[in-house]
Design a protein around this ligand. Structure first.
Ligand code: PHE
Length: 350
């Protein structure tokens, strides 16, 4: 009978040698030690043995059982160790003695002006909203009173996705959603809609020092009863004087955008010469900064707001332009270049 235990031992050892995963090991364990396993099976033959032989055979089986259990436990540890080593070998080398890199990186100048504008508008009671860069044709154009084939679409050619959606060509694309979000509070509770929504915009442009296919704007809207152009001028003047930390004069010129009526181009007094006239402002004393206007009745209607009862203003501040003016960046392409030489100059201004 001892040959039987010996040969089972042999077959177990060679099976164990082939197991290199936990699953394979578990299968072997069940095969040998399970209730109907091979080791337990040996005991079936006991009934035909003499009491003397039964004792020795029983002992031999028990010894084998213990041995098998131990070998499985040892193999389990071995596989675990190998798995950890394999995982470690996939990790990048990490040298804990390398000194820390103390160069902290810096905020992008556009992020800096954006945050500053957000703080200023928040302090005047405006909510800051975030909106998707991918929008529908309805949001970007139709809801803004720019129907299909309207010539105003030419100025805002953008990038279209195969599903018909597009990369927003201006932050005005969020207006409709903002009106729908806040209109109930306006109508039921009389809470004016005051929101700004900064965002990345895209246009199919040939790039040069003043044009980029990717740029940032910050849209702002305010809707309530009796909102007029004076409210618009007040908020813009306050915000710009804060951003530039000096009293800024503003003026409005007529400008056309299908979603505002009347529409304006807002100019600010030249930052370099203070309005005297210099090369930067082409000797006019003014810099063009921000298109704006009174929200068109059709646009309010599309947002679920009755234009007979409510009026509002909207502006589209060019954050990229603002950053260029504030930091004296001459070429817009520098801002998208990712060049640390350019961008790290603004680190201290947080
Ligand atoms: N969305 C317009 C543009 O990008 C700017 C704008 C916003 C004009 C709000 C008027 C009112 O050209």
């Amino acid at each position: 009978m001892s040959e039987k235990t010996a040969s089972l031992r042999e077959s177990f050892i060679s099976a164990l040698a082939t197991a290199d995963t936990m699953e394979a090991l578990e299968a072997i364990r069940v095969e040998y030690l399970g209730k109907k396993g091979l080791v337990t099976d040996l005991l079936k033959d006991m009934k035909n043995l003499s009491p003397e032989d039964k004792k020795t055979f029983g002992q031999a089986v028990n010894v084998l059982k213990e041995e098998v259990t131990e070998m499985i436990a040892a193999k389990r540890e071995e596989i675990k160790k190998a798995e950890i080593e394999r995982e470690n070998s996939l990790m990048p080398e990490f040298d804990i003695s390398t000194p820390a890199n103390l160069d902290r990186g810096s905020y992008h100048p556009i992020t800096l002006v954006q945050r500053q504008c957000e703080e200023i508008f928040k302090s005047m009671g405006f909510a800051v909203e975030d909106y998707s860069e991918i929008v529908t044709d309805y949001e970007c154009f139709e809801a803004l009173n720019i129907p299909k084939n309207h010539p105003a679409r030419d100025m805002q050619d953008t990038y279209y996705l195969s599903n018909g959606q597009l990369l927003k060509s201006h932050t005005s694309a969020a207006q409709n959603a903002i009106y729908k979000k806040y209109k109930d509070a306006l109508i039921r509770e009389g809470k004016p809609i005051k929101a700004i929504f900064p965002g990345r915009c895209f246009r199919n442009e040939a790039t040069d020092a003043c044009h980029e296919n990717t740029f940032f704007q910050m849209e702002g809207v305010m809707v309530d009863k009796n909102i007029s152009i004076s409210n618009l001028i007040f908020f813009m003047k306050t915000m710009l004087s804060e951003v530039f930390q000096k009293d800024i004069k503003v003026r409005l010129r007529p400008g056309f955008f299908p979603f505002v009526e009347p529409g304006f181009e807002l100019d600010i007094s030249c930052l370099i010469c203070g309005g005297e006239g210099c090369a930067s402002c082409k000797h006019s004393g003014w810099l063009e900064l921000c298109p704006c206007g009174m929200i068109h009745p059709e646009v309010l209607k599309a947002g679920g707001i009755d234009p007979e009862e409510y009026t509002g203003f909207a502006f589209g501040l060019g954050l990229t332009r603002l950053a260029m003016m504030k930091y004296g960046v001459k070429d817009i392409r520098d801002l998208n270049s990712g060049s640390l030489k350019v961008l790290s100059q603004f680190t201290d201004d947080k």
